[in-house]
Design a protein around this ligand. Structure first.
Ligand code: EPS
Length: 400
């Protein structure tokens, strides 16, 4: 994004290969004094490893976050936070255990990456393209949530459905009052779906795909509660929070589409059926929307690239995993002759894991917008700026 001098900026980057020593993450721009809930961070890493349809790799790994910098006595210091998630299945130097991949998998980064980096061994590309990297973004996102919850912002993600069975799609409505019980239901589901019947259908689709040596994708959904109006901006395209959230979702391996609120359905309705009416209820001035209530939330909490006080609602579409046990038509990059794509140990479905990643990258983008809005070097400053902004907003037009 554009750099504005003096603006508090949150940035997050990762390094590391799927079968290297580990995934390294660097999260810069958190203020001093965020309480690091190591239990939450590790539990998000464990959730990301789970879900029905995951492959053998996840039985090898036991992900946890090791803090290498930026944390002291359980709180952030204001310095960059460095996190290592070690890989147990580390074998990058062991050539016998990491044979070359010369038959690219349609849908994977294999072909484009091999041509880009001028190598017939797709392993050079796939090691970094692998979704193993999302362990880093999950750990950083969970830390961003520790920051956000100090501002009363909470994030909930789950699997909406997917696969070939239309019944494996949940129509459950998520609201500010029911999301915590839906979270319990989600945690009881092997595919992280709060709707029991749809969850069973989804599990059945994944089971069938396994028999058919096939794979399954799906839809993940993320809701952020408690965002005050005015996070993000309409003044530049790359400051629009919806654009940044969309980029963060599309930045998750295997994602092919993203929607905010009503999403693609907007195109089939007239304006009167899309735009959420604005009401004012003085009795609700203490809530995130400051009393500006909306009877519907088709905008998904974002108007003009800014939060409007309603829950932020994001949906992402994940394609089926591109490594199929039965292979797909491909070409050998050395001989150029037609061959089936190579099978590498993989997942049948990683949709449940992807919902955890989505939840945490949305947290990172909302935290980034909150850092830009409220500034400050310490949590005490952020809290005070946050409270004073809300006070001014409630007092409008007197505070003008
Ligand atoms: C992946 C292939 C599998 C997945 C991996 C992503 O790994 P492996 O090749 O070691 O069996 O398990 O996901 C993870 C390791 C993870 O932590 O999510 C791929 O090709 O993208």
């Amino acid at each position: 994004m554009t750099y504005h001098p003096g603006m508090a900026l949150l940035s997050y980057r990762t390094a590391g290969e799927s079968h290297g020593p580990g995934v390294v993450s660097l999260l810069e721009g958190l203020p001093r004094g965020v309480e690091v809930d190591a239990e939450l961070i590790d539990s998000e890493l464990v959730r990301r490893q789970g879900g029905y349809g995951r492959g053998g790799r996840m039985r090898i790994e036991s992900d946890h976050a090791e803090f290498l910098g930026g944390v002291r006595l359980g709180r952030t210091t204001g310095a960059p936070v460095a996190i290592l998630v070690p890989n147990k299945d580390s074998r990058l130097d062991d050539l016998e255990r990491t044979p070359p991949v010369e038959r690219p998998r349609p849908g994977h980064a294999d072909l484009a990456g091999s041509i880009k980096w001028l190598t017939p061994d797709c392993r050079e590309t796939l090691e970094r393209a692998s979704a193993r990297e999302t362990a880093g973004r999950t750990a950083m996102g969970a830390l961003a949530r520790c920051f956000l919850r100090e501002l009363g912002i909470e994030i909930f993600g789950f699997v909406r459905g997917g696969g070939p069975d239309p019944e494996a799609m949940s129509s459950i409505e998520v609201t500010e009052s029911n999301w915590k019980s839906l979270r319990d239901a989600r945690d009881a589901s092997a595919v992280y779906m709060p709707d029991h019947d749809a969850s069973e259908r989804m599990i059945a689709s994944i089971r069938q795909a396994k028999i058919d040596k096939d794979t399954v994708g799906g839809f993940v959904e993320v809701h952020a509660f408690g965002c005050p109006p005015g996070l993000g901006s309409c003044v530049q395209w790359d400051e629009r929070l919806d654009a940044r959230i969309a980029g963060a979702i599309m930045g998750i391996q295997a994602f092919k589409a993203v929607e905010i609120g009503l999403g693609t359905e907007c195109a089939n309705r007239n304006g009167s059926q899309v735009h959420d009416p604005i009401h004012f209820d003085a009795a609700k001035a203490e809530s995130a929307h400051l009393g500006f209530t909306r009877p519907s939330n088709n905008a998904g909490g974002l108007e003009g690239g800014m939060t409007n006080g309603m829950p932020v609602v994001v949906r992402g579409t994940m394609k089926p995993i591109s490594t199929l046990l039965r292979g797909l038509p491909s070409v050998n990059l050395v001989s150029r002759s037609p061959e089936e794509s190579q099978y590498e140990r993989s997942d049948i479905s990683a949709i449940a894991a992807a919902s955890v990643v989505a939840e945490n990258v949305v947290a990172l983008e909302i935290a980034r917008a909150a850092r830009e809005k409220f500034g400050g070097d310490s949590m005490a400053e952020v809290r005070s700026q946050f409270a004073s902004y809300l006070e001014l907003a409630r007092a409008l037009p007197k505070s003008e």
